[in-house]
Ligand binder design. Structure first.
Ligand SMILES: Cc1cc2nc3c(=O)[nH]c(=O)nc-3n(C[C@H](O)[C@H](O)[C@H](O)COP(=O)(O)OP(=O)(O)OC[C@H]3O[C@@H](n4cnc5c(N)ncnc54)[C@H](O)[C@@H]3O)c2cc1C
Length: 721
């Protein structure tokens, strides 16, 4: 993560075949006083060259994925997973669907292409576009399941006879045979006179022979007018019945390009000169399928996009430094290799076409070599194991806190009652008036390089102390440390951070009323939050009674996954689950907990499940936890097995006493510091079922993880079995 507020900003919109090269170069040669931001609508990029192999069942889906979370983290680039919606060219801002605008000094747009649209008047004939490729297999699977009840062979049409269409048609049977027992018939429909109209006739003939040998029908010079309830309407009056239609039509410009106010060609792609820079003269480049070089016809193919990478890398730097740009010279022809799905491929190079297993081996070699660049991150991209953790992992250890605070230690509660607001003495068992004001402060080193997300997380994390006390926030004060460096960048960082936080506070009905900001060696943020009890009685940390049942409202693992993220090791799917969990507010769970009359509760944060559970214990109770009932974020166990731990873990271990674990169980999971962790609630047995049902009905987790017993009946304080 960049620890400075850099002066210059390179922004990549879309991390496809060309822009991915820049991320890789960044890992090896980051530019001074410059940061790199990658904006992608997904946390994975898909390598189209391997989609047919995955479809045919030759490779698992992960084989075609570039994990952008890992790649960007390892390269020290900021990943913003969001959809771009427009461009403010004057102020050099990329506008986003959810995030605040992203400032650029130089921008490279590579959002690919989309299949050209087909008019449809039917809503129940499944039409599946090959893009976005990342979701193609899931959409195909869902669609095939929906039509698998027919009592006749399924009619599948592939619209498009170019390279993508024929590869999909050739490899589709492999997938269909796995998805359904139904027989099927595949028809390829193309407007052109032949398949592969931009290839050699001999290549097209080989592909045609192969498809026909598989009993596929081929309809050439057939124009699709629209899709209706029964299938495909053909020009002029024909009709092709179809249960499922795959749209593999010519590459068309993504609709976003029309909103950028940049010059475009007749098809709507961004017009560039030979340097890949858009012709308007802005510091904006358009690469891969997205760009069209003026006066030069380059096919929309991944091989060209890949070759643009090194030129783009040079030109981004030259553009920043005000130097003349390098020309990109497209190769006059390219090696075309088409996977036929049966272990062979058809190839075409210059005037020759060829076919067979050797050709497939050549394709596999090229694809593997490309993917290894992004999937096997080189040593220069792996991080040391001892980088200090962020989020709640940078909390002071519990024993240091106790010693350091001494008599200033205010007691065990998550939030304290503001003395002047207190209507009656705040003693255990005493009813707290709903006019009392509760206060809590929390702050940490920002866990993610995305300041907007970090602001949201910091606000939710601070409010979680109020949730745990059964209170709702009404006001907050911010504490912010911005990294040293460029002032304009600091302003952007502060704006992003506070806009993320304010969004969460607004949703909770709380106002950001003030705060304080300084500069320092690393970005940090937090909030002092003020709240009022949701009910007549607030939730206290202590007060569990024998017979109570213990519930946890979020899975554990955020400390381990954040540590993995910082080391460039957190897989994108785990990262998405981590974000979803951290960004889930605790207020609704707290309201149900208060309503059900929980006897005690806290939020699981820096000291981990066991550390915070220990704070809930009084002399008269002990707790029995069921190991297998404790929910974990996906990927946590795998990261633990890789040896990844939060840096706070050893201190959390020190703090723990009186815990007995069954042989073979690892305590590290239960001591993992949680950022925006769940509530840990002790619920009386009489209302526990109702609590659980209400949580479930509201779509929230309430994992029953253990029970409370009388301390004098057992020889331990906490038992995990
Ligand atoms: C089935 C199939 C097989 C193919 N096989 C080959 C082949 O073997 N050889 C070959 O040369 N070409 C092949 N192609 C063509 C090739 O896929 C494209 O030419 C290539 O993907 C273009 O690369 P790109 O970087 O421009 O775009 P992409 O690789 O499509 O990357 C664009 C990225 O931008 C992201 N994005 C899109 N919109 C937004 C937005 N609004 N905000 C943020 N991010 C966004 C997308 O998620 C995506 O990750 C094939 C195409 C298909 C469909």
């Amino acid at each position: 993560m960049n620890e400075r507020a850099c002066r210059r900003h390179i922004v990549l919109l879309g991390v496809g075949h060309t822009n991915a090269h820049i991320v890789r170069m960044w890992a090896m040669q980051p530019l001074p006083d410059t940061d790199l931001t990658c904006v992608s609508d997904r946390s994975v990029a898909t390598y189209s060259g391997l989609l047919p192999a995955v479809l045919a069942g030759q490779l698992p889906p992960q084989a075609m994925e570039i994990d952008l979370v890992r790649l960007c983290a390892a390269a020290g680039a900021r990943l913003i997973t969001d959809r771009a919606t427009g461009l403010d060219r004057g102020r050099q801002l990329l506008q986003m669907a959810d995030h605040p605008p992203v400032r650029y000094d130089v921008l490279s747009i590579g959002i690919g292409s989309v299949p050209s649209p087909i008019e449809t008047t039917a809503d129940h004939v499944p039409l599946i576009a090959i893009k976005p490729m990342a979701t193609f297999l899931t959409r195909l699977t869902d669609a095939v399941r929906q039509i698998s009840d027919r009592s006749r062979p399924l009619q599948i049409a592939v619209v498009g006879g170019g390279a993508a269409g024929v590869e999909i048609a050739a490899c589709l049977p492999g997938r269909l045979n796995k998805l359904t027992n139904q027989p099927f018939e595949i028809t390829v429909v193309t407007r052109s006179r032949t398949l592969l109209p931009d290839g050699l006739p001999s290549t097209a003939a080989r592909v045609r022979r192969f498809l026909q040998s598989q009993n596929h029908r081929i309809l050439t010079e057939t124009n699709v007018v629209r899709i209706d309830q029964r299938g495909i309407c053909l020009d002029p009056d024909g009709h092709l019945p179809a249960d499922l239609i795959i749209q593999a039509t010519t590459a068309a410009a993504p609709p976003l390009l029309s909103k950028l106010c940049l010059p475009r060609d007749e098809q709507g792609f961004l017009l560039t000169d030979h340097t890949l820079r858009t012709t308007a003269g802005d510091p904006v480049f358009a690469v891969g399928d997205t760009g069209s070089i003026r006066g030069c016809s380059v096919p929309k193919a991944g091989v060209y996009a890949v070759r643009q990478g090194p030129v783009l890398w040079n030109n981004l730097q030259r553009c920043l430094d005000g130097q003349p740009l390098q020309r990109y010279r497209p190769q006059p022809s390219f090696l075309r290799l088409l996977n036929l799905g049966d272990g062979t491929a058809v190839g075409q190079w210059k005037g020759f076409s060829f076919q067979g297993r050797q050709t497939m081996r050549l394709k596999q070699f090229i694809d593997r070599r490309f993917m290894e660049r992004y999937q096997k991150l080189p040593d220069t991209m792996t991080m040391p194991d001892d980088i200090p953790c962020r989020g709640c992992g940078c909390k002071l250890p519990a024993d240091s806190l106790k010693i350091g605070l001494g008599s200033a230690f205010s007691g065990p509660e998550d939030a304290v009652v503001l003395p002047q607001s207190q209507q009656r003495p705040d003693q255990p068992g005493h009813t707290t008036d709903s006019d009392d004001v509760l206060v809590s402060t929390d702050f940490f080193a920002l866990p993610l390089p995305d300041f907007w997300l970090s602001g949201r997380i910091a606000a939710l994390h601070a409010v979680s102390d109020l949730d745990a006390s059964g209170a709702r926030p009404f006001a907050a004060e911010a504490i912010v440390v911005l990294p040293e460096g460029d002032e304009a960048t600091q302003q952007d960082m502060l704006r992003d951070l506070l806009s993320g936080a304010r969004g969460e506070l607004d949703r909770m009905g709380a106002e950001l009323i003030g705060g304080h900001t300084i500069t320092g060696p690393r970005p940090e943020a937090g909030f002092t939050v003020f709240g009022r009890p949701l009910g007549r009685q607030r939730i206290r940390k202590q007060g569990m009674r024998p017979g109570d049942r213990l519930f946890l409202t979020k899975p554990l693992g955020s400390g381990i996954l954040l540590a993995a993220f910082m080391r460039g090791q957190c897989p994108h799917d785990s990262y998405e689950c981590l974000l979803a969990s951290m960004l889930r507010p605790g207020g609704a769970a707290a309201a149900i907990a208060v309503d059900c009359g929980v006897t005690a509760g806290t939020d699981v944060t820096g000291f981990g499940l066991l550390g915070h559970l220990q704070e809930m214990l009084t002399d008269d109770v002990a707790v029995d936890l069921q190991h297998d009932a404790i929910p974990l974020l996906p990927g946590t166990q795998a990261m633990l097995e890789k040896g990844i731990r939060s840096t706070l873990l050893p201190a959390n271990r020190r703090f723990l006493t009186g815990v007995r674990m069954d042989r073979g169980l690892c305590p590290d999971l239960f001591l993992d510091p949680q950022t925006c962790g769940g509530l840990l609630l002790a619920v009386p047995n009489t209302v526990a079922d109702s609590f659980s049902h209400r949580m479930q009905a509201a779509g929230m987790m309430a994992a029953e993880i253990g029970t409370v017993t009388a301390a004098d009946e057992v020889p331990w304080r906490i038992r995990i079995r």
